[in-house]
Design a protein around this ligand. Sequence first.
Ligand code: NAD
Ligand code: MG
Length: 391
Amino acid sequence: MQTISLLGATGSIGRSAVDVIRRHTERWRVKSVAGGSRIPELVEAVRATHAKQAAVADPAKLGALRAALDAAGCHDVEALAGADAVEALAADPETDAVLQAIVGAAGVAPTFAAARTGKRLMLANKESVVCGGALLMKTVAECGAELFPVDSEHSAVFQCLAAADPNARSRARIILTASGGPFRGRKTLEGITPAMAVKHPKWSMGRKISVDSATLMNKGLEVIEASWLFDFPEDRIDVVVHPESVIHSMVAFEDGAVMAELGDPDMRTPIAAALSWPQRVSSGVGALDLTRVGRLTFEAPDLETFPLLELARETLRRRDGSSIVMNAANEVAVAAFLDERISFTGIMKLVEMTTERFSAPAPQSVEEIFAIDVEARTRAAEILSVSEFFN
Ligand code: NAD
Ligand code: MG
């Protein structure tokens, strides 16, 4: 029996994780759950998992959480609040594993906290890999943590790499697949509303990552994520658009063999793989019916219409703090777009302008990561306040 801390329990990944874990109560027990600010959903996660502790990141919501737990009859569940409480759950010596499904750079501290305790770390929160970079991978190695990617592409790459000796990696290529998002094939991106952008053709996901998929920022973040997780340089990571999203990613070896992982696009598969690896358990995802899929198609990404993929590659090549800057600017831009304060193309403009104008050195500590992140958000907000982002 493994005990788990589930961070981001109220989100899209968090709820899928609860669904997988509930199918195997003899294997896994959720000891604690954490969420950002939504109390009813957090209490729902407590009830679904029988967790003993619940933490809400918003420190002002402790009283509301306590009251809601009591109202639901969960008197023996400990209520906690604040970013420190979330971090403490990540570092809890009594849990064997952490499933980290917080959205955004808010996940950096919990990811490092879990890595430092040397436990199994199942990581959906790609932004913490983008920001943590070399420092995170060093912490994972030094503290003996076991890192399992939950992002579907990276789960696929992880599984494909397992098919060869680790030495084969140095001459292999990663091929990340991309759905292309809801605006694939468009040459202009005018007049796109938040409702249009969050409606992904293949995956059902949280709002932020859905917008990232629509701008291809998500694929840019994933190139960076893959580079750090698997120690591949940027020029050995390809991206191919594959609208059916059946192939989740591939690895090409030097003998010409290309390994791929396939399945229906449902995050419960990579979640189950991360939970059980190297074993396999049922996840609730049905068998892939290739005759129903019929055809798998591929095309090159449109880098002109969607410039953020190339920008992400550039920040990775620089090996400084600019991936953190880009990520922070993107979080500011996506929030502004979802609030209807800027246009869809305004997201790309704001991210490009902020990353261009603000350079940052490679961080030497987690505190330096936070400092770059905070500074970049301030710069992005300044640019936003003086420039025109509706067009
Ligand atoms: P979501 O918006 O549905 O859920 C986010 C979760 O994070 C919620 O539980 C929210 O309460 C919590 N949260 C927000 N701020 C927090 C904070 N400061 N402290 C603690 N918790 C906080 O997002 P999602 O789609 O589930 O994505 C979560 C992460 O997984 C993201 O990094 C995303 O890129 C990654 N991911 C998601 C998918 C997917 O299919 N949804 C696929 C691959 C990777
Ligand atoms: Mg992905």
